[in-house]
Design a protein around this ligand. Structure first.
Ligand code: TTP
Ligand code: MG
Length: 387
């Protein structure tokens, strides 16, 4: 089935929220910045203020010269994040194929939608955001992420634009190469220097030439300039799944004191276990890293049959690996990590045996004490030697 990507980008996000929470600001040039009195920069300017040439990143001093009657307000990040989370929740109602890109942007992916149906969905989303949050956004629709992203910028604010592959160069061909997603100032400068100014010119350059100039990135440039992009959507609940969870520690001085090193390893095993449980992961492969005083570094790994997330098992394996490989020499750094991760909810059943339940109860109680009173509020005696 054909996929369609939407890119949604809120309009003048921070200043729209400020205008919403203070009716006196509605319809006025509102500039959100770090600190209106100092030499900070503009975070964003409402569309009323953009008429004066104000842009994100501009020093506030310069903005005040261009727009002396603007209302300069200090940003309130908590408010923006709160709204951002609400928007994601709303978008989840339309599809779980949702990838947040920044505080006010997200990709959505739909399969098997005709363009007219996609437009209807997009209008619904815009309506819901307006009804429930009082904000406007712009949506771009394309056959891939880059096209959707660039389309959302075409008709801001409150825009809705579809770009089909054969329309890409019609929209962007005559624009400077800097309009392309992923092409910054340095690349623009380099391309301009060899006479490539527009997207259309870039689209025509043979890929080999670009690869000679830019390496792997040259292929990206060739594809992007032609509106080609094969990158998949990364849904946010899968997010950037960690491949491993680990801790490492450089000792305050090199040591071969085994009790001290094991104490440190125990403490880190507890930290790793705690992070696994907090993030809902289990794993089956433990790796210990040892860096000796002369900087020679080894890693040793063991995989077990069953997924686990408890500190005790993690430490037991780490301990065996460490003792078998520490060479009785001075050690500079040790680390422990777990990989072969899976989401606990997907692969683990509840324990059947009472001893497992008891062990888990204890771990949970310790976790909850640390949640309430801090990481160092409770510790195993054996982990106290190295603190
Ligand atoms: P953008 O989506 O780039 O900008 P915007 O939402 O204000 O305006 P537009 O209608 O053009 O999308 O960024 C989202 C928010 O991120 C923006 O409201 C403020 C913040 N931001 C900064 O703090 N500094 C910056 O340099 C930029 C670009 C954005
Ligand atoms: Mg925006």
């Amino acid at each position: 089935m054909d996929k369609l990507f939407f890119h949604l980008d809120m309009d003048a996000f921070f200043s729209s929220i400020e205008q919403l929470s203070n009716p006196n600001l509605a319809g006025k040039p509102v500039i959100v910045c770090g600190n209106p009195d100092s030499r900070s920069v503009v975070s964003t300017a409402s569309y009323e203020a953009r008429k004066y040439g104000l842009r994100s990143g501009m020093p506030v001093g310069r903005a005040r010269k261009l727009c002396p009657d603007g209302i300069y307000v200090t940003g309130n990040p908590r408010k923006y994040v709160y709204t951002s989370v609400k928007i994601l929740g709303l978008l989840r109602e339309f599809t779980s194929r949702l990838e947040p890109v920044s505080v006010d942007e997200a990709f959505l992916e739909f399969e098997g939608l005709k363009i007219e149906d996609a437009l209807r969905v997009a209008r619904n989303i815009k309506q819901e955001i307006s009804d429930r949050l009082g904000l406007t956004c712009s949506i771009g629709i394309g056959r891939n992420k880059i096209t959707a992203k660039m389309a959302s910028d075409i008709d801001k604010p409150d825009g809705l634009t579809v770009i089909e592959p054969d329309e890409f160069l019609g929209y962007f061909g005559d624009r400077g190469v800097g309009v392309l997603w992923g092409v910054g100032e340095k690349t623009t400068y380099k391309l301009n220097n060899i006479g490539i100014m527009t997207v259309r010119e870039l689209a025509r350059v043979p890929e080999d030439t670009l690869r000679n100039l830019f390496g792997e990135y040259g292929s990206y440039l060739k594809m992007t300039a032609n509106g080609v992009d094969e990158s998949p959507l990364v849904p946010y609940f899968q997010g950037a799944e960690p491949k491993s969870i680990g801790h490492e520690h450089t000792l305050s001085s090199d040591t071969s004191d085994r009790a001290c090193l094991l104490s440190c390893l125990l403490r880190m095993s507890e930290q790793v276990g705690r992070r696994m449980r907090k993030d809902g992961y289990v794993g089956d492969t433990v790796t210990v890293k040892i860096r000796f005083g002369d900087f020679r570094t080894i890693t040793r790994q063991r995989k077990v049959d069953k997924y686990f997330d408890n500190d005790k098992q993690l430490f037991e394996i780490a301990r065996t690996l460490f003792i078998g490989n520490c060479e009785e020499r001075d050690i500079r750094l040790i680390g422990v990590s777990i990989s072969g991760l899976a989401k606990r909810a997907l692969v683990m059943m509840d324990p059947i045996f009472p001893e497992d339940i008891r062990g888990q109860d204890c771990v949970r109680v310790v976790d909850s004490i640390r949640d309430r009173f801090g990481e160092d509020s409770i510790a195993r005696g054996a982990s106290m030697r190295y603190r």
